[in-house]
Design a binder for this molecule. Structure first.
Ligand SMILES: CCCCCCCC/C=C\CCCCCCCC(=O)N[C@@H](Cc1ccccc1)C(=O)O
Length: 334
């Protein structure tokens, strides 16, 4: 843009946080504070990392699907602990702290939180995909009132689609034991829930308490955040239309759909600046890619890297308009 002497007419703020993976308190939170100090209180819309361009990941859907996060799941990090008197392993009690905690954790895994399909953004997401679906999928999605339960069952079978329809449960820590012949005095586990926008932190805690149903298991809330409000995703929502137009300038055959961001982002620090917050990473993902997040061989193709740069260029150009109909021309200056 510099070399083409393009100067945006509207103000554009670019924020680079360095600690998103640890909640952004020293990065995005400080940027938000600094903006307030400078008197910046409102943005037309905010864009951050988020959901991606998915291909062959949603069963029965042809072509790329650009899922734009218009809401974000909440989070609960829960510490479960059991304390029992230690002793000699030659005279063990009937249950140890490890056994009691293992049963609690296993109950949580065996009793997932209920499917929320039919109650929010995810329903609009699936309905927006209907034109790209085969006949059977069309019939099912168009009659959600009838097929809600079998569809939930089907979507629950894949971690990526399961994450969209319910509050999920991941046990991420389990610590106990001192020595091979000592009955452990304490066992601790961390449970990480991502809360569907139709639920609250309190509902998740109540559900867990009822499922564990064991007063020997202590529950402590380590960290929580409520799910984020839903941003506009209609024909007259400028930010969403900018995202949609920009996606289609890079992927002309992509279907752009509203989605729930299943992980968390720095947007929590910018929610007070705008009602329209979009979480989208223009990463083109294929089967096997969602599992690589925080996993093995997380990667992106060189071609896709270029598309990412081009996408943000288009977002900047398309957003630099007074109102709707944001597609700048010519189609691609890069
Ligand atoms: C039909 C739709 C299928 C859906 C497929 C899903 C495809 C996956 C696309 C995007 C998923 C993105 C998840 C990755 C999030 C990356 C950012 C991150 O890891 N953030 C941290 C933030 C955090 C939160 C709380 C404490 C510390 C850090 C996180 O979420 O853990």
């Amino acid at each position: 843009m510099l070399s083409s002497n393009i100067q945006p007419k509207r103000s554009l703020y670019i924020s680079f946080g360095h600690d998103e993976e640890t909640r952004g308190n020293d990065g995005a939170a400080q940027v938000a504070e600094r903006l307030k100090e400078k008197g910046v209180t409102e943005f037309e819309f905010v864009v951050d990392e988020g959901m991606t361009v998915l291909e062959d990941i949603v069963d029965g859907v042809a072509g790329p699907v650009a899922s734009v996060g218009v809401s974000e799941k909440g989070i609960v990090v829960l510490k479960l602990s059991v304390e029992l008197a230690p002793g000699h392993s030659s005279m063990p009690p009937r249950e140890t702290a490890i056994g009691i905690l293992a049963k609690a954790v296993s109950r949580l895994e065996e009793n997932p939180h209920p499917s929320m399909l039919g109650s929010g953004v995810e329903t609009d997401m699936f309905e927006s995909l209907v034109p790209k679906m085969g006949y059977l999928q069309r019939v099912i999605i168009s009659n959600m009132w009838l097929f809600r339960y079998p569809l939930s069952w089907l979507l629950s079978r894949k971690p990526a689609t399961n994450a969209v329809i319910r509050t999920v449960t991941a046990v991420t820590f389990f610590n106990s034991g001192i020595k091979f012949n000592i009955i452990p005095p304490v066992a601790e586990a961390l449970v990480n829930h991502r809360i569907h926008p139709s639920q609250t932190v309190q509902e998740v805690l109540d559900y867990d308490r009822a499922v564990i149903a064991d007063p020997r298991v202590k529950m402590e809330l380590v960290y929580s955040m409520e799910p984020h409000p839903v941003s506009g995703y209609g024909q007259s929502d400028f930010g969403y239309q900018v995202m949609k137009t920009s996606v289609n300038q890079i992927w002309p055959n992509a279907t752009v759909v509203p989605a729930i961001m299943v992980g968390n982002t720095d947007t929590v620090h910018f929610l007070n600046f705008s009602g329209d917050v979009y979480r989208f990473s223009p990463t083109h993902m294929f089967p096997g890619d969602p599992e690589r997040f925080h996993g093995i061989n997380e990667r992106m193709s060189v071609r896709n890297y270029g598309q990412v740069v081009n996408f943000f260029y288009h977002v900047i150009r398309n957003a630099d308009q007074a109102g709707l109909s944001p597609a700048h021309s010519p189609h691609s200056d890069l």
